[in-house]
Design a protein around this ligand. Sequence first.
Ligand SMILES: [Fe+2]
Length: 431
Amino acid sequence: MDLEAISKLGDSLRKEYQALHSNEEHFTALAVDHLQKLDFDFAWAPELLASVSLANPSVPSHRFSDWPIQLYRSQEFYIELLVWTNATAAIHQHSFSGAFKVVQGSSFHALYDFNASEEVNADLVLGDVTCREFEKLSVGDVRPIKAGSAMTHSLYHLDHPSATLVVRTNGHPKFAPQFTLYKNHIAVNQLDLARKGRVNYCGWVLDTLMSVDEQKTYDVLGNLFQEISVSEAVVVILAHRKKLFREDIVKEPDFLVDNGIAQPVAEAVVNALEELNGIDELTEMRNLTSDPELRYFLALLINVPDQHSILAQLQTAYPDDDPLDTFAGLLVRVCDERTEFAKRMLSNAASMMGGTRQLDFSNSLFSCLPEGIEKRDRKSFFRHALGVNANVKDNVSQAGNENCKDSNAAHRWRESIDQFASLHQLKRIVN
Ligand SMILES: [Fe+2]
């Protein structure tokens, strides 16, 4: 890793930026240009990275990525290396300008549109979050970072580890707040609100109560919502969603409305929680595997908005194969992760205690398979189940008849297809 090259880039960029009166409007173009010209041969060297981290006087106040390492700092901007293993960048905007370059591994990059429909307050806006375009980034690719509402994006890192080099300004209040966005309808200033003492305190109260007295959590949660702002309440709920949603504590808008949260916000929060639960299950599966193919497939399920787009991506990734066949084959591999996980669990039972929760998606998928289906027929089942969307219902019936000797079995086959189509993670793809 050539740190001298980073230092030269920083010095040269600083001169050019100052010549443009440090006008932030010019920074993104300068950063893109410098990163494209940079010859930076990154090598995964943990000892060197650790020594650079510890030697650095500026410890980041916010942990973005698994391991952020600052490599250069000036008055107006800084350069940092972000190492990614299991962290994910949620859909977000920026209060700063700059650019990033992939220097190790690969990433799935998605750009979104946000159409605001209601500004609840300066920290919370309701509106539609829709994926506009997506791409796979490889080593050497450079992309701009535009401040404010000009850019909404997410990055999902495929290799383990991946690394990006980021050149960015310190940020400016005119681009604040830096919204975090949740499909389908919420943009919230999570970055700032999550640092507030009483938001943290609410989190501690919930963590403690939920492990002691779940029933009491309802009452205390209601009281907390009376004391904090609606945007703070949204951040608390989102941060504790895995418990609050999965344990059915916050599953319906009525509970939130009864505790003073306006109906549109309550509905948006519950919609976001449902969507996030599906994403969390896929992300947890991603964290269990270092297989780049499966990680890429799970990234598609998380980010890509419809079956047509997924099939197009799979066609590109596996040009010699029928994409529907590839899709079904990858779903079989997701199912098989249950077996793989069981093997790993047996070999390391103590450290894996409680880990089965992380295979929810795999378990859900497996439970859709018709009773008694042979392992070799699973791919055929998934292929037909996916085909419901491709107007091949006749094939589904035919496959059902071929695979079932009696009408009861055919009925169960149909039920299995319906169950598959109702999985939240796949709804938009199958329906
Ligand atoms: Fe970003």
